[in-house]
Every structure is written in C-alpha cells, then in structure tokens.
Design a protein around this ligand. Sequence first.
Ligand SMILES: *[C@@H]1O[C@H](CO)[C@@H](O)[C@H](O)[C@H]1NC(C)=O
Ligand SMILES: *[C@@H]1O[C@H](CO)[C@@H](O)[C@H](O)[C@H]1NC(C)=O
Ligand SMILES: *[C@@H]1O[C@H](CO)[C@@H](O)[C@H](O)[C@H]1NC(C)=O
Ligand SMILES: *[C@@H]1O[C@H](CO)[C@@H](O)[C@H](O)[C@H]1NC(C)=O
Ligand SMILES: *[C@@H]1O[C@H](CO)[C@@H](O)[C@H](O)[C@H]1NC(C)=O
Ligand SMILES: *[C@@H]1O[C@H](CO)[C@@H](O)[C@H](O)[C@H]1NC(C)=O
Ligand SMILES: *[C@@H]1O[C@H](CO)[C@@H](O)[C@H](O)[C@H]1NC(C)=O
Ligand SMILES: *[C@@H]1O[C@H](CO)[C@@H](O)[C@H](O)[C@H]1NC(C)=O
Length: 413
Amino acid sequence: MQLRRQLPLAAGAIFLQLLLAASSHAHNITRILAGDPAFSTFNHYLSVTHLADEINSRTTITVCAVDNDAMSKFLAGRPSISTIKNVLALHVLLDYFGTKKLHQITNGTALAATLFQATGTAPGSSGFVNITDLKGGKVGLGPEDNDGTLGTYFLKSVDEVPYNISVIQISGILPSDVAAAPTPSPSELNLTSLMSAHGCKVFADTLLANPDAMKTYQDNAEGGLTVFCPLDDPFKAFLPKYKNLTAAGKTSFLEFLGVPMYLSMSMLKSNNGPMNTLATDGANKFDFTVQNDGEQVTLKTRLGTVRITGTLLDQQPLAGYSTDKVLLPKELFKADAAAPAPAPAESPKPSPKKKKSPSADVAADSPADSPGGSVADETADGSNGSNGSTRLGGGRVLLGLVALALWAGAFLI
Ligand SMILES: *[C@@H]1O[C@H](CO)[C@@H](O)[C@H](O)[C@H]1NC(C)=O
Ligand SMILES: *[C@@H]1O[C@H](CO)[C@@H](O)[C@H](O)[C@H]1NC(C)=O
Ligand SMILES: *[C@@H]1O[C@H](CO)[C@@H](O)[C@H](O)[C@H]1NC(C)=O
Ligand SMILES: *[C@@H]1O[C@H](CO)[C@@H](O)[C@H](O)[C@H]1NC(C)=O
Ligand SMILES: *[C@@H]1O[C@H](CO)[C@@H](O)[C@H](O)[C@H]1NC(C)=O
Ligand SMILES: *[C@@H]1O[C@H](CO)[C@@H](O)[C@H](O)[C@H]1NC(C)=O
Ligand SMILES: *[C@@H]1O[C@H](CO)[C@@H](O)[C@H](O)[C@H]1NC(C)=O
Ligand SMILES: *[C@@H]1O[C@H](CO)[C@@H](O)[C@H](O)[C@H]1NC(C)=O
C-alpha cells in the first residue's frame, strides 16, 4: 500500500533531478546552500565576494560552510569585504572531501590547499587547512598557521556531488590571522618555497641545485606546469640512488617529475592514461600513466605506483602535488638487479607487470648496480653534465617566476 503510493512520488523526484541535471552542467553553490536558511549569511557573502563564481568554475572541491551564528560572530569584528573574501576563500578546499574520506584520511591527517592559498592572495606558504581524524570519530580542522590548534570540527555533510563538489558544515570560522590581516601587495607564489614548507623540502633543494632542470621548469612555468613532488622521507631514502645517476640522468629524473601543462586535481581525476613529461624527448619517452580509483589519483610506471597525497599549489598555469613515494622512470632505473634492462622504446600500454617492491620508501626496487649505466648514458652524450651547455646565471633562477602579479586584479572585487 504505502509502497505503491510512494512510487509515483519517487519517480517524480527522479524526473525533477534529471531535469535539474540536464539544465545545469556544473554545480551552483548558491543554489546548494539556498536549501538551508541556516547558511544564508555565508551564502550571501560568497556571492558578494564573487567567490561563488570561483567555486562554480572549479570541480573537485570542498566548501566548508558555517551557519548564521558563526558568521555573525565573525562579522561582529567588522571585517572589510576583502578580509571577508580572504577568510571565506580559506573555507574552500581544493580537493574533494566527502564524509567517507574525511573519516578515513591516510595516516589520520592531511593538509588541504585552499582557494585563499591557490589564488596567490595568501602570503608565503600560508593558506593551507589541516584536517585531522580525532578520537571518537571527530574530524578537526584548523588553518596550518594556527599553532596546530584544531578548534573547528566537521558537523555534517550538506551536499555531495562526487567528485565535483562536497559541501560540509563546520562548527565555526577557521581562525586565521593571516587571512584576516592580508598583506597589501599580492605576494609572489614561489613554488619551491611552497614545496619546502609542505613536506617536500629535500626535493625542492635538489631541484634548486640543478640549474638545467630549473631552467626547464622555468621555461614551462608560463605555458603550464604541473610538478609531482615526493615527500621528504621517501625522497631522502632515494637520494643515494639519485646521487648515483650521471648528471644528465639527474636532470632527466627531475624533469620527469614535471608535466608541461597545467593539471588541476579534477583534470587529473578525469584523465586516465599516459602522460608525457618535461624529460620526454623523442625515443626517450620518460612518460608515466595517470590512473585513478575513485578519490585516489595514482601515477604509475612499470617500476611502481605512487599516490598523490596533497595539493601544494593549484592556480592556472601552475600546479604542484606531493606524492607518497618516488616515481621512477623506466628509462633510468631497472625493476631489480636481476631483471634485464627494460626496452626503452616500448609503447606505454597500461602495464600489468607490476614488480613487487619490498621497499616502502621508493616506488620500486632500483638497481643495485650502476643505474646510470642504462639509458641515461645514451641520453647524456657521454658528458655527465657538469660541463653542461645551459648554465643559468647565478642562483636566482627560482620558480619565483611564478610571480603571479597577474593575480593582483583578478581576485579583487
Ligand atoms: C561534474 O562537473 C562536470 C564538469 O563541469 C560536469 O560535466 C558533470 O556533469 C558534473 N557532474 C555532476 C554529477 O554534476
Ligand atoms: C545559481 O543559483 C542561483 C539561485 O538559484 C541563481 O540566482 C544563479 O543565477 C545561479 N547561478 C548560475 C551561474 O547559474
Ligand atoms: C603514513 O605513515 C607511514 C608510517 O608512519 C609512513 O611510512 C607513510 O609515508 C605515511 N604516509 C603519508 C601519506 O604520510
Ligand atoms: C595537523 O595538526 C595536528 C595537530 O596539531 C598535527 O599533529 C599534525 O601533524 C598536522 N598535520 C599535518 C599534515 O601537518
Ligand atoms: C662527472 O665527470 C667527472 C669527469 O669525468 C667526474 O670526475 C665526476 O665524478 C662526474 N660526476 C658525476 C656526478 O658523475
Ligand atoms: C651506486 O653505484 C655503485 C657502483 O655502481 C653501487 O655499488 C652502489 O650500490 C650504488 N648505490 C645505490 C644506492 O644504488
Ligand atoms: C667541457 O667540454 C669541453 C669540450 O668538450 C672540454 O674542452 C672541457 O675540458 C670540458 N670541461 C670540463 C670541466 O669537463
Ligand atoms: C623562492 O624561495 C626560495 C627558498 O625556497 C628563495 O631562495 C627564493 O629567493 C624565492 N624566490 C623568490 C622570487 O622569492
């Protein structure tokens, strides 16, 4: 009886949903929040600051909404509209955190890049939000620049459109002095210092010490560049193997971790397949395969698989991500000492031959004997690069090029 009466209703609801889905290609944060009057103030200020447009233009994001009570506490301090904009931009995380992911964060803690950080409004490396799974099923959130205090909590999911947008309610405004008191001039984004400040210092230092790779990165920064930075612990463990490479091999390796185009998290999530890198040069493919499984993006070569663990920077034309292991190019490393060197000219099919990797730190066991002795020598035309042709003047090469003064006007109201 009851079932029969509900069926037409359900059908109507589904029809309505289809209609809504058909009439709009992307999400509309204003409409999502309009469903609950408790968010009306937050919603109002997303529109006033034009953050709503920015949110609607992005996918794979999480909006941390607060209710009207929390907003009035924040507004009681009479913040300027640009301060409101910065603070609310800190509440837009550039990754998709559904309820499930919030409660199952790898190792219990993660740093999320935010719209505040990514748009270049945040000075230096501020503008990241720490999300930590706490005792009793609580999920704590806090700005990274807040002495590690996680005084704000996840309350409930408001809406989830996997993996485009997740809207959650948190217990209050994230208290950030930096967002509340922004520096007047738009600061330069410095990719290497962002890497250093967020767990990839060893990689950043290695990159800075290699002028040839730095030049390649720099040459690509304007047209689009995405960098996959291994976290410090795995990269430290990998350093002896890196040092064993010839100079040309070192440069190729560093260039292999950069892709000559801008790839947002949502682009990575929707683009499975082979990907050329900055090191790709004719027959020397130096490519890897992007493969994702739900919320997790992985990068693979036939030597192993690494996972993306965080976003360091996501602002067109630049993106930077941290990875849990070191992705090894098959052109420079062998799967193991006993195996024959891989044929470098093979086409990049999704390789099912995943070699067992006993090492937890590196994506694959690399050769015990002369890793530089493989293809690296051929690409290196004999020289080990210390005599390299392209040397950059001084050390001022840094990716401060990333100087996005461009953003000055773009993000102001
Ligand atoms: C997610 O976003 C893409 C790009 O805007 C859109 O084509 C797709 O329909 C969206 N998915 C859902 C479920 O809304
Ligand atoms: C989003 O929804 C609001 C309220 O329904 C509407 O006024 C606005 O025009 C929509 N924005 C877009 C970009 O569709
Ligand atoms: C998680 O913790 C383990 C053990 O402490 C560590 O080896 C691993 O690198 C961590 N993973 C991430 C993504 O931090
Ligand atoms: C997040 O904050 C907690 C508490 O201060 C800290 O233990 C944890 O290491 C932080 N997580 C990250 C990824 O920085
Ligand atoms: C580079 O070549 C020079 C001369 O052949 C050699 O002394 C030096 O050790 C090499 N450096 C590396 C890193 O292989
Ligand atoms: C570096 O190369 C030397 C000589 O080929 C080898 O003995 C050593 O095991 C290698 N070290 C690493 C970490 O691969
Ligand atoms: C660099 O290469 C040139 C020409 O091949 C050679 O004359 C010179 O000795 C090399 N310098 C070093 C430091 O290897
Ligand atoms: C970028 O950061 C590095 C330190 O990581 C610093 O040495 C360099 O001066 C910075 N570049 C710019 C342009 O600010």
